[in-house]
Design a protein around this ligand. Structure first.
Ligand code: HPA
Ligand code: ZN
Length: 355
């Protein structure tokens, strides 16, 4: 079941062809659909938690942490990312991490977010599944109460680990299944195709989970086809290598399967050499349902608004294009049509009133 398409209708909105200013982009109501919580761990919080939990890090200062964030590909990032996640141990740590992220959502006018967590990163180190998810859920409830931010939780399996480990994690998650909207697949893509997890995803679907997967970030278009045909995904995370396969481009346009694109991530992990070479607008112009996300914002140089700004620095982004990207972010989410229409109403209202 692919998220419902609500056709964009921006008729009557003024200045659609004007370039979108930073102020216009910053205030735009938006959703985020591709965000790894462990990738929202700031160097400051990492340092604080290392001290609080007496975890030894190979860095002596926040500046040294930041200096280590030079990546050549996905794996070089993941090595640093999993080491950083080792400071997270208690329910309060997961709360603090999640709370920090929601504060950024508030600052960036993110009205709805579908954040993912990787239980295996922590259960493999002996941290209980319940500890991880309880801290996250408490912060989600507080963000709703304090800031009115809507959120859903996605559970990602680490694809470099075995299918048996993913199945065990799926079974561990079942007591919380009404609190988890979807399962996904992340970590080292090359050599770990979606087909490795066909049975796990079939079971997840029978348990009522929605399904997404990272595919076509570093992996070839065939991995995107596998995610669609074998895992039955409703959304692809990244997917930017789809442009190497004309049939796949046609299929994605016809089905409107969304791609959760992450521009700063793609440049920092050398999927594209520069932002000017990013294919987001090629995909958008081809009629694909793409939107902007931050992936791992503290590692890749920015949260959601920073991703919009980086694109606007490299491309002439019009108000209409920005509205379409934000529109896709809401319609590609796993909320109800009524909720989607409410957010789209706010989006149009914003554009109508922006000077
Ligand atoms: N790709 C794969 N796995 C990940 C990523 C990513 O961009 N971020 C965190 N885990
Ligand atoms: Zn990701």
């Amino acid at each position: 079941m692919i998220p419902s398409v609500i056709a964009p209708d921006f008729s009557g909105i003024p200045k659609l062809n004007e370039l979108a200013s930073r102020d216009f982009l910053a205030g735009l109501p938006k959703a985020e659909l591709h965000l790894h919580l462990d990738g929202a761990l700031s160097p400051a919080l990492m340092f604080k938690l290392a001290q609080r939990n007496q975890v030894e890090l190979p860095y002596k200062s926040i500046a040294e942490i930041e200096a280590a964030y030079q990546f050549t590909n996905l794996q070089s990032f993941l090595d640093v990312y999993y080491r950083g996640a080792s400071v997270l141990n208690t329910e309060q740590d997961f709360y603090d991490l999640t709370r920090d992220y929601f504060a950024k959502c508030k600052a960036d006018n993110v009205q709805h977010t579908e954040l993912s967590f990787d239980p295996q990163t922590h259960t493999e180190r002996g941290i209980a599944f319940a500890t991880v998810i309880s801290g996250i859920l408490r912060a989600m409830a507080d963000a709703k109460k304090d800031w009115g931010i809507s959120a859903k939780l996605v559970m990602d399996f680490l694809r470099h680990l075995s299918a048996e480990s993913a199945m065990k994690t799926l079974e561990e998650s079942l007591p919380w299944k009404d609190k988890i909207i979807a399962v996904g697949l992340d970590s080292s893509e090359l050599g770990h195709p979606p087909s490795k997890f066909t049975e796990v995803f079939a079971r997840a679907r029978t348990e009522g989970y929605r399904v997404v997967a990272h595919a076509g970030e570093e992996g070839p278009p065939s991995y995107i086809w596998e995610a669609i045909e074998l895992l039955n995904v409703e959304r692809i995370d990244h997917g930017v290598r789809c442009d190497e396969d004309a049939k796949l481009m046609d299929y994605l346009r016809e089905t409107q399967i969304p791609l959760t694109v992450c521009p700063l991530s793609n440049v920092r992990l050398c999927v594209f050499d520069t932002m000017a070479e990013h294919n987001l607008f090629t995909l958008l112009d081809a009629g694909l349902r793409v939107m902007i996300n931050s992936d791992d914002p503290t590692y890749f140089g920015g949260y959601l608004n920073d991703n919009y700004f980086a694109l606007a620095d490299a491309f002439p982004v019009t108000r209409e294009q920005a509205l379409l990207l934000a529109h896709h972010s809401f319609t590609s989410s796993f909320i109800s049509d009524d909720e989607k229409l409410k957010f789209i109403g706010q989006l149009k209202n914003y554009a109508n009133n922006f000077q």
